[in-house]
Each structure stands twice: as C-alpha cells, then as structure tokens.
Design a protein around this ligand. Sequence first.
Ligand SMILES: Cc1cc2nc3c(=O)[nH]c(=O)nc-3n(C[C@H](O)[C@H](O)[C@H](O)COP(=O)(O)O)c2cc1C
Length: 213
Amino acid sequence: MADNYLEKRYDELFNTPRTKVKHVGHPIEELLRRNRSFRGYNKAFVVSEDLLQRIVSVCTRIPSARNQQVLRYRLVTKGAESEAVLNNIHLGAALPELHLPLQGSEPEAFIVICSTVAENRMVDIDLGIAVQSILLRAVEMGLGGLVIGAFDADAVEEALLLPLHPILIVAIGKPAEQIELVPILEGDSQKYYRKNGVHYVPKLVVDDLILKH
Ligand SMILES: Cc1cc2nc3c(=O)[nH]c(=O)nc-3n(C[C@H](O)[C@H](O)[C@H](O)COP(=O)(O)O)c2cc1C
C-alpha cells in the first residue's frame, strides 16, 4: 500500500515517472542507483589488491580542500588482516536482530582510510568526496561497497600496524543483496528495512530536499 502511494506521489512531485528516468539512461543516474550500501557479499569472488588499487586510483583525480591531499589508503585483501578488520566493524545498526553481516556473506576486502593530519572539517569533506568516488568506481567495475564509520579505530590501527590513525573504512566486494530505494516525504521514517529478502532504503524526494523561498 505505502509503496504504491509513494511511487504515485513521487511521480506527481517530479512529473517524471521513474520508469522514464530509467530510460534516459544517464550513466551517473545508473551508477548512483546501483551504488547502495551492501552488507552481504558473494565470497566466491575474491577482490585482489590490484582491483583495490584500481578503485583507489580515482582519488588521484578528486577535489581536495586547499589541494592538501591528506588522505592515505591501506588496501586489505582476504586473509588474517581482513579477518581482523571484520572483527572490529559494526554493520546494520538499524537491524540489530539480523546480526549483519550474515554468516557466509561477510566482506573480505577493505580500504582503510587514514589522514596525515588530525581530522577536521576539511579532512571530513575530503573524506566524503573520496569515499563516494571510490564507491562509484567500484560500482562501475561491477562491484559494490559499504562505508563503515562504526569501527574500533585503535584495534584496526594496531592489527594493521598502521602508521596513521584510521578514520573511515570502505568494504568492497561482489554484492549479494537486492537493495531498492523507496521515495519518502519529510517526516516519514528514514530507517532502512528488509522484507521478503529485499533491503529497502527510504530516500527523501528532491522537493523535500530543496529549501523553500
Ligand atoms: C559516513 C557513513 C558512515 C556509515 N557507517 C556505517 C556503518 O558503520 N555500518 C553500516 O552498516 N553502514 C554504515 N553506513 C551506511 C549507511 O547506513 C547507508 O548509507 C544508509 O543506510 C543509506 O543506504 P544507501 O547507502 O544504500 O543509500 C555509513 C554511511 C556513511 C555515509
């Protein structure tokens, strides 16, 4: 019921039915739609260090405050190090009953991001630009990822013998989840949920994102 109502409302607000948007086929639209937060991966696909390096290479072409380029990236592939990272991250806090990641679909490759200077507003803005660029590149390559802010930074720093304090982690892998976006209006629940094996992510419609005059 709610889904149909919201779809209709979405189309009314934009006057551009979602199916029509899809047919336009802007690559960025498609990439953004497919770039979801995946918490389950197909472990038959092993992410190599070379793949991670190709993904991180996008960070040689992104904006940076005062062009300081303070972010550094530690590549972690399947093995003892990835297990150490896995043991110190927290996934899907909004769905605690599921204890994500589900056994057998855990992420096994990570990009651990550090900064050469103490974290501040500009570093965090650089960080946001970097992780979204990384994720879009991963999606373009047929992979997917998850930004992980909930992790034990001290434990990860120690396990990986990092020379810098980690400030964010991105998991990378072959997604094994079906995720759909659901348009919502201001005031509706923004909590993601699962139904019949599908993960739904509510997103505000553009009309509710734009401040009125
Ligand atoms: C800065 C940041 C930190 C996040 N940290 C976590 C995390 O620690 N664990 C997790 O499961 N998801 C984390 N997420 C993923 C968000 O929950 C996800 O982006 C949100 O539910 C919307 O889903 P979507 O990315 O598919 O649009 C994080 C996302 C961002 C941007």
